[in-house]
Design a binder for this molecule. Structure first.
Ligand SMILES: NC(=O)c1ccc[n+]([C@@H]2O[C@H](COP(=O)([O-])OP(=O)(O)OC[C@H]3O[C@@H](n4cnc5c(N)ncnc54)[C@H](OP(=O)(O)O)[C@@H]3O)[C@@H](O)[C@H]2O)c1
Length: 219
């Protein structure tokens, strides 16, 4: 499979990139980001791009791919609704609309979050916006689209969150998280499992379009 990866510099994206580079089923990875992922690998090519609402300048390089793993995203904490919608909905739909046009045979996998609100009507701002993003991605003419809704994600293999306070929590709670991963798959997964599950779901599909933490762990 040929894969496009958004968010390769982030915690989830680093984990997904690691699994893609290790898996012989992945022929090559094109990472699109505003800064390089900083890794050298024969399978990896990178495009540093600065306008995440407009891909016209790089469209010719985005065709011919089998899957997109969209791990670009931010925490809503401390962010107003307009900014969070821009970073979550506008950026994701701009990229996905371009990719669907260029790659009708593509499988698109979006990292959303547990509690995303499919009704788009609930009280939580972040959940409504993630829910609308999911709903509109599922309407695009991809071969298939899957929404990954992890709860907690433990970073493994030296991977770090870009967000200092999240990284501090993961370091302080590492032993507890390791335990939770074993006993509470509904609430915890790992960067490794998210990456492995994305590859398997892109290859073989999944019986439903929205995968909760437990589903991700069971793939
Ligand atoms: N971490 C968790 O435990 C967890 C749990 C559930 C769901 N999620 C979801 O997973 C997704 C990724 O989270 P994460 O923990 O990997 O976040 P992260 O470590 O903060 O990484 C965010 C990624 O998004 C990119 N990005 C952010 N703002 C951007 C912008 N304006 N333009 C272009 N790229 C931008 C970052 O690129 P730069 O390197 O250029 O900043 C980075 O690659 C989010 O949607 C989050 O809600 C995370």
């Amino acid at each position: 499979m040929k894969v496009i990866l958004f968010g390769a510099t982030g915690m989830v994206g680093q984990g997904v990139l690691r699994e893609c580079l290790l898996d012989p089923k992945i022929e090559n990875v094109l990472a699109v980001g505003r800064s390089p992922a900083g890794q050298q690998d024969a399978k990896l090519r990178e495009i540093v791009h600065d306008d995440f609402l407009d891909y016209s300048a790089i469209e010719s390089q985005l065709a011919g791919y089998d899957a997109c793993f969209f791990c670009l995203g931010v925490s809503s904490i401390g962010m107003d609704e307009e900014r969070y919608r821009h970073l979550t909905y506008d950026i994701t739909l701009a990229a996905a609309t371009t990719l669907a046009k260029l790659n009708p045979g593509m499988v698109f996998i979006y990292v959303t979050g547990q509690g995303a609100d499919s009704t788009e009507q609930g009280r939580l701002m972040w959940a409504r916006i993630k829910g609308k993003t999911e709903n509109d991605l599922l309407k695009l003419p991809f071969k298939a689209a899957y929404m990954f809704r992890p709860a907690g994600i433990q970073p493994l293999h030296g991977i770090r969150s870009k967000t200092a306070w999240i990284q501090a929590i993961y370091v302080a709670a590492a032993p507890l998280l390791t335990l939770l991963n074993r006993v509470a798959p509904k609430y915890m997964t790992t960067t490794e499992q998210v990456g492995r599950a994305m590859i398997e779901v892109a290859k073989d599909g999944y019986p439903k379009p929205v995968l909760e933490s437990e589903d991700i762990n069971a793939v």
